[in-house]
Design a protein around this ligand. Structure first.
Ligand SMILES: *[C@@H]1O[C@H](CO)[C@@H](O)[C@H](O)[C@H]1NC(C)=O
Ligand SMILES: *[C@@H]1O[C@H](CO)[C@@H](O)[C@H](O)[C@H]1NC(C)=O
Ligand SMILES: *[C@@H]1O[C@H](CO)[C@@H](O)[C@H](O)[C@H]1NC(C)=O
Ligand SMILES: *[C@@H]1O[C@H](CO)[C@@H](O)[C@H](O)[C@H]1NC(C)=O
Length: 291
């Protein structure tokens, strides 16, 4: 089916901002009343990343030198962003893709496809940017195999220590008798209370584990919203969260619901214990006899 939709991708991971402006050319591309898709003049939108206006198609797998502004290179580069979040993300470190300078794709005989990329990566919270060479390998066959990523060293980007903030946050929520519970990060105006920003970042980092695992050459996942996040009691030296998160697949224009259980501590970082995709409820309400 010729899903041809002009989209403008804006923003994602600006702290406090979520702004994806979607201009559907087909009714099916609409996302009815979705809270995560908001007015992009909302607060914090200054930090957004922008991808160029792009024509999205179900395309053949491009090989060789890629146009860095086109989807094949952008999709592979997005995987690098999710990888960096899983590796280095924290309540005070969150990564975004700033720009793709070049990309090259090749078939690896019988095993998959390899992308070689030159990108610049943005650490959003401390506003640091660095160029990076990365390789993304998509294994062939089984869908359960996640892409493998390697990236050059990111000293500039990781230079600023956030240990003090992390320890303070950890102590605050570890010692408090009542457990944190928050929902709609950000709200429908793109707003997040300053106290809740670290939990939006944590939910985003945890979601990157899902987006990394689920990514293929034909996906482009963005974080949409932390629908709710609830702290769980723990005995050990970490914080534990139950989190319902909404991801936006820019290719199918679907909002995907995932339930995650994850832990975080300054020493151990974010660890996802469980991830489960929930049914898309618009679909499950459809009468059974519609195809
Ligand atoms: C977008 O958000 C801003 C700030 O919250 C508000 O002033 C403006 O009226 C909104 N625009 C639309 C079209 O909703
Ligand atoms: C982030 O850093 C860039 C480059 O150093 C600078 O131009 C920009 O104004 C900074 N943005 C913020 C929000 O501080
Ligand atoms: C403990 O949690 C409650 C409820 O979330 C909050 O009102 C209170 O300010 C917190 N106390 C501290 C010391 O952070
Ligand atoms: C979390 O958000 C989802 C999606 O909006 C909702 O279906 C679910 O009931 C919420 N869960 C809690 C515990 O609030």
């Amino acid at each position: 089916m010729g899903l041809r939709t002009i989209i403008v991708l804006a923003a994602l991971m600006g702290s406090g901002s979520l702004a994806a402006t979607i201009r559907p050319e087909t009714a099916s591309a609409d996302i009815p009343g979705h809270p995560g898709v908001v007015n992009d003049t909302a607060e914090g939108a200054g930090q957004k990343e922008e991808l160029p206006l792009e024509e999205l198609e179900e395309d053949v797998m491009a090989t060789g030198e890629l146009n860095p502004t086109h989807f094949p290179a952008q999709r592979a580069a997005k995987v690098v962003q999710h990888y960096l979040n899983t590796r280095y993300g924290s309540p005070y470190k969150l990564f975004g893709l700033e720009k793709v300078y070049s990309g090259n794709a090749e078939d690896v005989e019988g095993s998959g496809r390899r992308y070689q990329l030159e990108v610049s990566v943005h650490e959003i919270i401390n506003n640091a940017t660095q160029k990076c060479s990365a390789e993304v390998f998509f294994p062939l066959g089984e869908k359960s195999l996640s892409p493998q990523v390697q990236a050059s060293s990111l000293e500039e980007l990781l230079k600023k220590s956030t240990a003090v903030e992390e320890e303070a946050l950890f102590q605050k929520y570890k010692l408090n008798q009542s457990l944190l519970s928050a929902h709609n990060l950000p709200d429908s105006h793109g707003h997040i209370e300053p106290d809740m920003e670290p939990f939006w970042h944590l939910g985003t980092v945890a979601s990157s584990f899902v987006m990394l695992k689920e990514s293929t050459e034909s996906t482009l996942y963005n974080m949409a919203q932390v629908a709710n996040i609830t702290q769980q009691p723990t005995e050990d030296d970490q914080l534990k969260f139950d989190c319902h998160t909404l991801l936006h697949d820019m290719v199918s224009q679907e909002i995907l619901h995932w339930k995650l259980l994850f832990t975080w501590s300054p020493a151990g970082g974010v660890k996802v214990l469980q991830m489960e995709q929930l049914p898309n409820c618009q679909r499950c309400e459809k009468p059974q006899n519609t195809l």
